[in-house]
Design a protein around this ligand. Structure first.
Ligand code: FES
Length: 151
């Protein structure tokens, strides 16, 4: 066990955990924040995507100790007190989700994309979102929602 400190959704947090534990385990099992999902556990599907200092990472294959001293953002941390994040709002308006399981990871990747590329092309969207798998095939709606959030 080790004491590790970092920022989670803008709040300082110290935990005492196995430092090699995947960050996803900390988020879901220790902190009971279940918006971030477990899909493959192998870094392949994107369901577990969170941000490390604003960049998307696969939390299922990211050891907690690597987050020490850094800023983690989960799906629970992107809305303001008064409004959904524009990406969440676009997702809602366009009914992007089907089963919904992968969608928090999709949204976190989309938020990171728009932070670095405010008006992405279809090709840029497809490239940035390629690591997020949706078994329901909502990709056309995901693309439209990203364009809507960008506008
Ligand atoms: Fe982490 Fe699939 S659960 S990439």
């Amino acid at each position: 066990m080790a004491k590790l400190g970092f920022t989670l959704n803008g709040q300082p947090l110290e935990v005492d955990v196995d430092p090699s534990m995947p960050l996803l385990w900390l988020i879901r099992d220790e902190l009971a924040m279940t918006g971030t999902k477990f899909g493959c556990g192998l870094g392949l599907c994107g369901a577990c995507t969170v941000h490390l200092n604003g960049s998307p990472i696969r939390s299922c294959s990211f050891p907690v100790q690597a987050a020490a001293g850094q800023a983690i953002t989960t799906i629970e941390g992107i809305a303001s007190d008064s409004a959904l994040h524009p990406v969440q709002q676009a997702w809602k308006e366009l009914n992007v989700a089907q089963c919904g399981y992968c969608q928090s990871g999709q949204i976190m990747s989309a938020v990171a994309l728009l932070a670095s590329q405010p008006n992405p092309s279809d090709a840029e969207i497809d490239a940035a979102m390629a690591g997020n798998i949706c078994r329901c095939g909502t990709y056309p709606r995901i693309r439209r929602a990203i364009h809507r959030a960008a506008s």
